[in-house]
Ligand binder design. Structure first.
Ligand SMILES: [Cu+2]
Length: 321
């Protein structure tokens, strides 16, 4: 899409792989509605002149053939369907799972700040640093009320809910600093709930990673272990495949879990979080529904650390199964 049109419409810079597609749809819709509006006004103006009342009398009835009327209706409807079809493909790509090689970043919203945590233990406040050309999967949660993660330059917006994980992904295409704002009214300082997304070239990103040497004991998964023992999870859950009162966490991530009601669910971040917050919503088949709820007990960073711990427990690949 031409930069000229973009600047006429005062759109933010386009810095993600979705931006062009979203903008193209935007321009298409704007152009069609603009042409439609101009035609309507022209026709209306013509009618005003052509049929103005020279002398008062009964208004002649419209005698447009039925088929012509029908044609208009079907034509306009299909235009709407066309928008939907054009937008649907982009929507599905944005909503579907991030590519396999995506890097993951945990985002925690809290009145009125944004915090970012990387699985290796790195964290930053008010600045999200990502490389160009690598898909990034965001796992978002809130400490208090509903917020919304909005980066206009990426054409990306996702609600952030307390006690749950939502996810979103993007791939940055242009280096620079881009504003991030909260797009859901969340209290007094909502309008100040801003942060910055810093997109770096791959080599600069490597240098940024190297800039801070991290203690492996500080990784999110390691912290998850401490959280798990502090909150007594390990009394009921093992990390090594042993059966306790509850299912083991070994190999749980992305596994298809059989539930007591006969259905199955893939154990993603949202499910793992739900299991901690509302354990009775989905009960694992063959286990008692006696896990206590940790809603209001675990903080968002603790939940993130636990999720990261469970993700780190991959089943050793022994070629069986
Ligand atoms: Cu907010």
């Amino acid at each position: 899409v031409s930069e000229l049109v973009r600047s006429i419409l005062a759109l933010p810079p386009a810095a993600s792989s979705f931006a062009d597609e979203v903008d193209r749809l935007h321009f298409f819709v704007i152009t069609v509605t603009l042409i439609g509006a101009i035609l309507t006004f022209l026709v209306a103006g013509y009618f005003v002149l052509r049929y103005r009342a020279k002398h008062l009398g009964p208004t002649p009835r419209s005698t447009a053939p039925f088929l012509l009327e029908l044609g208009w209706i079907v034509g306009l409807m299909s235009l709407f369907v066309l928008w939907w079809v054009l937008g649907y493909r982009t929507f599905v790509r944005m909503e579907s799972e991030a590519p396999q090689d995506a890097m993951e970043i945990y985002v925690t919203a809290k009145q009125w700040t944004w915090k970012f945590a990387y699985p290796d233990g790195r964290s930053s406040a008010a600045e999200l640093v990502v490389p160009i050309g690598k898909p990034v999967r965001l796992l978002l949660t809130s400490q208090d009320v509903i917020h919304s993660f909005f980066v206009p330059a990426f054409r990306l917006k996702r609600d952030v809910l307390p006690g749950r994980y939502t996810s979103a992904w993007f791939e940055a295409t242009k280096a620079g600093d881009y504003p991030l704002a909260c797009a859901e009214y969340c209290g007094l300082a909502h309008s100040l709930m801003r942060a910055r997304v810093r997109v770096l070239a791959p080599d600069e990103f490597e240098r940024w990673l190297d800039g801070e040497t991290l203690d492996p004991a500080e990784s999110m998964a390691e912290r998850g272990k401490q959280v798990a023992s502090r909150h007594g999870c390990l009394g009921c859950h093992s990390l090594d495949g042993k059966l306790r009162e509850g299912p083991t966490w070994l190999g749980l991530y992305r596994r298809e879990v059989k539930l007591a009601d006969g259905s199955t669910i893939v154990a993603d971040e949202a499910y793992l979080t739900e299991s901690m917050m509302e354990p009775s919503t989905r009960v694992v088949a063959g286990f008692p529904a006696n896990m206590p709820s940790f809603q209001g007990v675990l903080t968002a960073p603790e939940v993130g650390a636990l999720v990261e711990l469970i993700k780190s427990l991959e089943e050793p690949d022994d070629g069986a199964s």
